[in-house]
Structure formats: structure tokens, C-alpha cells
Design a protein around this ligand. Sequence first.
Ligand code: HEC
Ligand code: HEC
Length: 211
Amino acid sequence: MLMKYLHATTIVLVLSLSAVVKAADERVEIKPPEEGSVSLSQGLKSWSRIYEVASHPRCANCHTGPSDRPMWSGPSYGKTRVHGMNIQAGNSRIGAETILCSTCHTSKSEDWENANATDHAAPRVAMNWSLAPANAHWFGRTSQEICEQLRNPETNGGRDTLKIAEHLNHDLILHWAWNPGGNREPAPYSLQEHVNDILAWGIAGTPCPEG
Ligand code: HEC
Ligand code: HEC
């Protein structure tokens, strides 16, 4: 009996260890280019790629602004609509006032390969699922609007571009967005390229497109 118990514990340990290793594998490198090495026009090119990512359904579906409704959009959803089942994130942004996001978007800690293998199942990541802060409003907004929000520490959670890049690396939701499973289209480019673009945009002085 004791042996059996010990054996089960070993299996659990091995599984969680391999999940940690998998997460570590996906770490990206944060290496800002040298001061003065990125021109304004290169910075604007970086921004336009950042905008492609931010406005992509894998990001924008959660970054819905003052509305407390997540969105369902992108090819795997057919038509664009608000999240089904009358889901409301509330002020808590995690649905604490009605039904918790984590009721369906359970947090996975093992079996990374298969956690999101089922089409139309609620996506799962290794942290709590939650709607983005109201200030980080990206769904349906222009490149200029998103740019102004993201470069301003007063609206981006008090971050400079280095902190944004570090946040992107630590945030496991983002690792999911480039590897979403379930017939979903991944966000464009890669997490590493996105981080590089954020850093280059920062060194260029966070330029935003006009008009
Ligand atoms: C499941 C919902 C969800 C998805 C999908 C999501 N985010 Fe977020 N995002 C959040 C939450 C919640 C926060 C606030 C976390 C914090 O401040 O620690 C956040 C904050 C951020 C921030 C910090 C800056 C700011 O303006 O608040 C950035 C940058 C960001 N997300 C980028 C992305 C990108 C890029 C994608 C897609 C590749 C994405 N997010 C997809 C929920 C989401
Ligand atoms: C009753 C179960 C349930 C609850 C509760 C729930 N969701 Fe979902 N959610 C789903 C399902 C199922 C899908 C996938 C539907 C599909 O692919 O057709 C989904 C998909 C999503 C998507 C789209 C992800 C993508 O593909 O880009 C977002 C964003 C989302 N949910 C956010 C939330 C947030 C935020 C909360 C809490 C405020 C929440 N959900 C609560 C079931 C739920």
C-alpha cells in the first residue's frame, strides 16, 4: 500500500517537472538593441508588426476595453460575436460577480501537448484566465489608438518597453496565443519576434503612426 502511494507520488512529480521544463523551453531572449541603433522608420515598421499581433483575435478577444465581454472572433469562430453563454467579466475581470472564467478555462499544470487539443473547448493555460484591464483596449481600435495606449505608462500598467517585453515572456497566456491548438489560428510572427519588435520600437522612441 505504502509502495503504491509512493509510486503515484513519483509519477506526479515527474509529470509536473516535465511541465516546468516545457515552460522553460519556450522562454524567449530579451536583448534590447543598442541605443541609437534603430531609426524612426525601422521603429514604425516594428510598430506595424506589433499592431498586427495586438489586433489579432488571439490577443484582441481578451483586450476588449471598458466592455466586460470577451469576444469570439477569428476564422475558427465563423462570424464575430460576443462570447456565448452570457459571460461577463465584471469589475473583477475574472467573472467573480457571476461565473468565474476558471469554471471552464481551467488552469492546466500538466499534459501541455494535449491541453488544448479539442476544437471549441475553452482554452486552458497554466495561470488564471482573465479579461485584460479596461485601459488595454485593443479590440476594434486603430493602430494609432493602440500605440498611444501601449506607450503610455499611465495606461499600460506602469511599464516601459523593457518591462512590456519581460511581461510578455512571463505571461503564459501569451505562450498559448502562439500555440493555441483546437483549430485556432496562432498570433502572427512568433513570441520572440514580437518581443524583439517591442524592444526595437522602444529604442526608436516608441513612435506612433499619425491619423
Ligand atoms: C485570456 C485573456 C488574454 C489574452 C488572450 C491576451 N491577454 Fe494580454 N492581458 C491580459 C490580462 C489579464 C492582462 C493584465 C495582466 C497584468 O497587468 O499583469 C494583460 C496585459 C497585457 C499587456 C500589458 C500592457 C497593458 O497595456 O496592460 C500586454 C503588452 C499584453 N497583455 C499583450 C498581449 C498580447 C500581445 C496578446 C496576444 C498575443 C495578449 N495580450 C492576449 C489578458 C489577455
Ligand atoms: C461556461 C464556460 C465558460 C466560461 C465561464 C468562460 N468561458 Fe471563455 N470560452 C468558453 C469556450 C467553450 C470557448 C471556446 C469556444 C469556441 O472555440 O467555439 C471560450 C473562448 C474564450 C475566448 C476566445 C479565445 C480565442 O479563441 O481567442 C476568450 C477571449 C474567452 N473565452 C474569455 C473568457 C473570459 C475572460 C471569461 C470570464 C470572464 C470566460 N471566457 C468564461 C467557455 C467559457
